[in-house]
Design a binder for this molecule. Structure first.
Ligand code: MIC
Ligand code: SF4
Length: 644
């Protein structure tokens, strides 16, 4: 039996467990990345481990999320990240240098290596044949210290691309088509491998658009082979030496195979408020648009923005539309400037924003009230843009431009002939905005600078033998981490201040939740299916833990969030019979007995003291995870292990 690409990389990095589907495996991690909104916590956690220098081949700290400095908080965090990185052997990508995934793809990603990042879109690296995972900050801290990264050995899904993309149909439309097929839950527990003749026509940045959005189908990660296209990209970045070929064996076995015929694909759009609300652009043609945003880690490469510039050239944005363009990196922006494309973008009336996440995470550029915003991004969750009643649609750069020019949702096919875009053979390589860490000698004298906004992270308590707690919140299906711990320009500055951040927890669902949870002392959350989908932010676990949440009982969980709950010492329990969800109400008093024994058996009974009903919940965790839960989280557990 042959191996898939992922299986080959896993086999080469396996340091714990067996490659049996469904069982826990520990992987050696070659590279890590953090961004600022999750990085402050990750480095506070790393510091608490007392390790002097990272043990990875390469670790990079990026600043790309919290770049609006409306007070001292973000600037303090940037300074902390810069100094903590310098001291511990980590490179530091300065604010303005670009979005972590775009910069990492350009400068560091390498086929055959492993990467984890404290950001759910880390699988962008799969575009170059790197096995890359989004993870919570604590898992990244452990990997920086040389520890394994644990995942459940996934299923393998193969997506074969056949045929040829028509003009104005793009990699983004392929991602949206996969979302139509799989929905936001269909990739859970799986790695998606892309193959077939059709992949040859996709450059590395286009492949990266696709692996980036694999996160939206809930996949553990996504990956492309490493081939001549990969070699050409690495060569253009002056990194040809890092090329290694990588392909699945012809007799590799997949759990599921999906075929997408590129020739019949048409421009697609994801309607509010979920990336899997897919329909054709044509079907929404003519709807008025207020705002168009081009950029984000999904669609901000040089190739994307050269297309955007060529389509905007000589034309003007419609008067009712505000158009923003955020290049993915300083490399992209300088190259756009050098070839004159930036002039075409500016002349069209577009507002050029910093090379950062910006509007994607509600860091400025929020739409007007009730506004319709078309975005080339990857998420359109309710309220994420910063305007709660805005309607956000996800589209390709081509559809974005066509609609910005007409002022209504427009199929880009109506733009006429697609101008030919030729990518330069050599990219402009200038790593001066990526600061190298201090030498081991210099490190001894170096201080780490912390501002007053940086508060120590909350300490979890060990799991009691018996838990008596009431329900502090009951929510429905597909709750995202943006519901649990919203982002946006007002809240993000408190990412290193859990007490302050906790005031906003579940604000989108129920503004009373923080006060109620606090007044209850210990409490339990009830969720529907795919609870915690979306981002990797461990704040969505740390903050509920701070507010006293000891368990979440849901129909099913998203992978990264489940891992974050365990790391924070919160029990993630799954209803064995999903209809039991209906029998629990807000404020119900629940009792869970013999927790340690139940964890061993993989099943716990939750007694509802109001109804007297015993609800059977599954909790199948590895021994490692059971220990973490009983100690009250990964940090407590690491300390226990250290002190014997
Ligand atoms: C996101 O796209 O939701 C974020 C912001 O990049 C998050 C990380 C965070 O919350 O800081 C993610 O995707 O993991
Ligand atoms: Fe940044 Fe948006 Fe990408 Fe998250 S999805 S890393 S906020 S650009």
């Amino acid at each position: 039996m042959g191996n898939t690409i992922a299986e080959k990389i896993i086999a080469a990095h396996l340091i714990d467990g067996k490659m049996e589907k469904g069982s826990e495996i520990g992987l050696r991690i070659d590279q890590t990345l953090t961004q600022d909104a999750t990085g402050t916590m990750a480095y506070l956690e790393f510091e608490s481990m007392g390790i002097e220098r990272v043990k990875t081949e390469l670790s990079v700290a990026y600043v790309d999320h919290n770049t609006l400095q409306t007070g001292f908080e973000n600037a303090d965090d940037h300074r902390y990240l810069q100094t903590v990185a310098a001291k511990h052997g980590i490179r530091f990508s300065r604010p303005g240098n670009g979005i972590c995934h775009q910069v990492h793809l350009e400068r560091f990603s390498a086929p055959g290596k492993t990467l984890i990042g404290s950001d759910s879109h880390t699988p962008t690296g799969g575009g170059i044949g790197m096995l890359s995972f989004g993870a919570g900050g604590m898992d990244v801290a452990v990997a920086m210290g040389g520890g394994a990264y644990y995942i459940t050995m996934p299923n393998m899904i193969r997506v074969n691309l056949i045929g040829k993309l028509q003009p104005f149909v793009t990699a983004k439309d392929i991602s949206l088509e996969l979302l139509r097929i799989l929905t936001v839950k269909g990739g859970v527990g799986s790695i998606i491998e892309w193959g077939g003749e059709g992949i040859k026509q996709l450059s590395v940045p286009e492949r990266a658009t696709i692996t980036n959005m694999g996160t939206e189908v809930g996949a553990t990660t996504s990956i492309f082979p490493s081939d001549d296209v990969t070699r050409a990209f690495l060569k253009a970045q002056g990194r040809e030496a890092e090329y290694v070929p990588l392909a699945a064996d012809p007799n590799a076995v997949y759990d599921r195979t999906i075929e997408i015929d590129l020739s019949s694909l048409r421009p697609l759009i994801a309607a509010p408020h979920s990336p899997d609300h897919i329909c054709s652009v044509e079907s929404l043609q003519g709807q008025k648009v207020d705002q168009v945003c081009i950029g984000s880690c999904t669609n901000s490469s040089l190739y994307d923005l050269l297309k955007v510039a060529a389509l905007l050239k000589g034309k003007t944005v419609a008067p009712n539309v505000s158009l923003s363009v955020s290049p993915g990196s300083r490399q992209v922006l300088t190259m756009l400037a050098e070839c004159g494309a930036l002039t075409d973008i500016l002349a069209s009336g577009a507002r050029v924003l910093e090379c950062a996440c910006g509007p994607c995470i509600g860091m400025g550029f929020s739409p007007n009230s009730g506004g319709v915003s078309l975005r080339t991004f990857n998420r359109n969750f309710l309220g994420r843009s910063g305007t709660k009643d805005a309607k956000v649609y996800l589209v390709s750069p081509e559809t974005a431009v066509a609609s910005a020019l007409t002022g209504v949702i427009t199929d880009p096919i109506s733009l006429g002939e697609m101008p030919e875009i030729v990518l330069p053979e050599q990219f402009r390589v200038d790593d001066s905005a990526i600061l190298l860490p201090l030498s081991a000698e210099e490190t001894k004298m170096a201080d780490v600078l912390r501002g007053p906004n940086i508060k120590p992270f909350p300490v979890a308590e060990a799991m009691p033998t018996e838990l008596n707690a009431s329900v502090s919140l009951k929510v429905g299906d597909d709750i995202t981490t943006d519901h649990i711990m919203p982002a946006g320009a007002k809240i993000l500055p408190y990412r290193s201040n859990i007490p302050k951040l906790s005031e906003y927890c579940f604000g989108v669902c129920d503004t009373e939740f923080p006060a109620r949870a606090k007044s209850m002392g210990n409490s339990i959350l009830i969720g529907g299916s795919n609870y915690g989908q979306g981002s990797s932010r461990e704040h969505a676990a740390l903050v509920p833990m701070y507010l006293g949440v000891r368990a979440v009982i849901a129909k099913s969980f998203a992978r990264i969030h489940a891992a974050n709950l365990i790391n924070a010492g919160i029990l993630p329990l799954t209803f064995e019979d999903p209809s039991d969800y209906d029998s629990i109400e807000l404020q119900d008093a629940l009792q869970i007995c013999d927790i340690a024994e139940g964890l061993k058996q993989g099943r716990l009974f939750v007694r509802n003291l109001r109804t007297g009903k015993d609800i059977s919940c599954s909790c199948v965790f590895s021994e490692r995870q059971q220990h973490i839960l009983l100690s009250g989280g990964l940090l407590n557990n690491t300390k226990e292990v250290r002190h014997g």
